[in-house]
Design a protein around this ligand. Structure first.
Ligand code: ZN
Ligand code: ZN
Length: 131
């Protein structure tokens, strides 16, 4: 997969220090992610497709900086933890994806629970983790 996989593995290793089961989360490219990204440029990844899987749009390899790939990974791992540990917004039946409360909860989990303390939105309105 290239750069996306390398950086995903790096961020996942950090998160797995908090929850060892996160080590089994996989990364892949998927057509659905490509299609969503085409419609809405900011959407490069999702977690709600298959359990314990983060899907990226292929465009991520070319269009994202290293910091953005790490940031998006950290945020998506936040969603996976929110779902598995049944954080309130993630535990809702049919959680509205990309709605504010669930996004903020994922962000808070990534920062405060998984320890990605410098995760933030950058000037492109994309997740970014400075390294
Ligand atoms: Zn997918
Ligand atoms: Zn999200």
């Amino acid at each position: 997969m290239g750069r996306v996989e390398t950086l995903f593995v790096l961020a996942r290793a950090h998160a797995a220090m908090k929850f060892p089961w996160l080590a089994k989360v996989e990364v892949r490219f998927c057509r659905q992610a490509d299609a969503t990204h085409k419609k809405k440029w900011r959407h490069f990844a999702h977690t709600n497709h298959d359990v314990y899987t983060v899907c990226f749009a292929k465009a991520s390899e070319e269009d994202l900086t290293d910091e953005e790939i790490l940031g998006i990974t950290a945020h998506e791992l936040g969603h996976i933890v929110g779902t598995r540990l049944r954080y309130p917004e993630h535990a809702r039946l049919n959680p509205p994806h990309w709605k504010k409360p669930v996004e903020e909860e994922a962000q808070r989990i990534a920062r405060e629970v998984l320890g990605f303390t410098n995760l933030r939105l950058n000037h492109r309105q994309l997740q970014e983790l400075s390294i």
